[in-house]
Design a protein around this ligand. Structure first.
Ligand SMILES: [Zn+2]
Length: 54
């Protein structure tokens, strides 16, 4: 939904809880609105995964 993309623009992504998985260290998932990779950095706290450039 377009309105939700406004939150994304301001960094308020929302992880798709149905697609969250554990990578061995933390929970990772994707924003259900824009697909940005995310990782959990605390209870109910998620942040976008920084894009790594080799
Ligand atoms: Zn998003």
């Amino acid at each position: 939904m377009f309105l939700n993309r406004i939150f994304c623009i301001f960094g308020k992504h929302k992880p798709d809880r149905h697609k969250v998985r554990h990578n061995g260290h933390t929970f990772v998932g994707r924003c259900k609105h824009c697909g940005t990779p995310m990782m959990r950095d605390g209870p109910k706290s998620w942040s976008a995964v920084p894009v790594r450039s080799e």
